[in-house]
Design a protein around this ligand. Structure first.
Ligand code: AMP
Ligand code: GLY
Length: 450
């Protein structure tokens, strides 16, 4: 198989490394790729959202399969355009990618099919939104832009002033362009968050091993929201009981709902879940692999990713052999100083070795560029330093050991990735008993969201 992968971050590096393990894979191409990816895949300079450019490139290369990894091209219809030319594509068509592309669509879907999620209302004018906020008078309250906003379109407003400001910025000032012309105001939920990626061909859905993201920029879940500063897998809050409940109440109903709407989803469907005192609820859907979740989930995959992707494309997922390794995986993101606000680019990275100079470690490149044999920073999130081991403690210890060997001017990373997971691991309640959970959340800081 010759495979073309669209995208150029840590997630795509992880997908490419896993595909490269397959004895069936001969050649991998990637566009636009990055410095780290260029060692494994021939990279091109066609942008990930350039649909015509990617179709032209695919026609030139004739890949046996195209993997469209990022959200924007999927929501824009890149998978449709490639399928129309006869390519085998891993990734949903636009009419299914809307599950991420429009929060209003996903909330209405969940309401119609009784899939548990936060209560909500939709608004297109700021006056009625503000009236509603004042009537509700409960804080925090959650304000979300309808469309894609680079992961920044969610405001957890702590008081009326913040909520009113968020509404004005989104609807009146179009802070996120037309993505925020329509907003969702929803109930604030509490509980541990769990990310579950799944493979689905519309007939079968197979959840992957669970993971936990760390979205805030600073230690202790302080600072601004980011694309994700680190991940661990599996997520110890996600017990077998919860997994079963999610399958019955969330995963299967979502696949079936999309089919019933004539929007069959084929690809990786991501469930952002919160284990609330009232049971698991959907916080968000994504139409693609998560980043940096993929960097800890795919190293745990025992099987052949190329076979699984092909099974999804051919609607034969029910026959696929999907197994997970035991042990844990941890990923610590090293970011540019200043991220998620403005940051410099082009700084030389030192101490960089793809194995992180540590047993079991691997460095996924997110924003790097190879220039005259040197790796330079080229984005906000620069590296995902990852390690698998028999225990989470060991995976974290070695991932941080590898982080300690890598540096550039202003490099920034969280020092507490996995700490919450370690605490959850040793907790006897393990969140299996929902009735106890409310008390537990109140009495135990580890599950209190900031
Ligand atoms: P999203 O971009 O939808 O993933 O939201 C970003 C983050 O905001 C999530 O990971 C949650 O931590 C938080 N969040 C989103 N919706 C809610 C909610 N209804 N209640 C509490 N926190 C939320
Ligand atoms: N890490 C969250 C996401 O990929 O959306």
């Amino acid at each position: 198989m010759n495979i073309l992968v669209i995208g150029g971050g840590g997630r795509e590096h992880a997908i490419i490394m896993k595909l490269a393990e397959s004895p069936r894979v001969e050649k991998i191409w990637c566009t636009p790729g990055n410095g780290g990816i260029s060692k494994y895949a021939e990279c091109f300079d066609v942008g990930a959202t350039d649909i015509d450019g990617v179709v032209t490139l695919a026609e030139k290369l004739s890949p046996d399969m195209v993997v469209v990894a990022p959200d924007d091209p999927l929501v824009m219809g890149m998978a449709d355009a490639l399928r129309a030319k006869g390519f085998k594509v891993f990734g949903p068509n636009a009419n299914a990618a809307i599950i991420e592309g429009s929060k209003v669509f996903s909330k209405e879907l969940m309401k119609k099919y009784n899939i548990p999620t936060a209560a909500y209302e939709v608004f297109t004018d700021s006056e009625s939104a503000i009236k509603y906020i004042k009537e509700q008078n409960t804080y925090p309250t959650v304000i979300k832009a309808d469309g894609l906003a680079l992961g920044k379109g969610v405001i957890l407003a702590q008081n009326e002033e913040e909520a009113v400001q968020a509404v004005h910025e989104m609807i009146d000032e179009l802070k996120f362009g037309k993505s925020s012309a329509r907003i969702v105001i929803e109930e604030y939920l509490t509980g541990p968050e769990v990310s579950v990626l799944s493979f689905t061909d519309g007939e079968t859905i197979v959840p992957m091993v669970s993971s936990m993201d760390h979205k805030r920029a600073l230690d202790g879940d302080e600072g601004l929201n980011t694309g994700g500063m680190g991940t661990v897998s599996p997520n110890p809050c996600y017990t077998d009981t919860l997994a079963k409940e999610c399958m019955e109440k969330i995963f299967l109903p979502t696949m079936n709902a999309m089919n019933a709407e004539g929007r069959t989803f084929e690809g990786c469907l991501y469930f952002g879940l919160m284990m609330t005192p009232k049971g698991p609820k959907v916080i968000e859907y994504n139409c693609r692999f998560g980043d940096p979740e993929t960097q800890v989930v795919l190293p745990m995959l025992e099987g052949d990713l190329c076979d699984i992707f092909e099974a999804v494309c051919d609607h034969k997922l029910k026959n696929a052999n999907i197994k997970w390794k035991s042990g844990s995986c941890a990923c610590v993101v090293m970011a540019s100083g200043g991220y998620p606000l403005s940051y410099p680019k082009g700084l030389e990275i030192s101490g960089l070795d793809e194995k992180g100079q540590v047993d079991g470690a691997f460095v996924y490149h997110a924003g790097t560029k190879l220039s005259d044999g040197k790796f330079l920073t080229n984005g906000g999130r620069v590296l995902g330093v990852t390690c698998t081991a028999l225990t989470l403690e060991e995976a974290l210890r070695r991932a941080y050991e590898a982080v300690g060997k890598i540096s550039w001017e202003g490099a920034h990373f969280r020092r507490d990735i996995g700490q919450r997971a370690l605490k959850a691991q040793t907790d006897p309640l393990a969140l299996d008993y929902k009735d106890d959970m409310e008390d537990y959340i109140e009495s135990n800081g580890v599950y209190l969201r900031q």
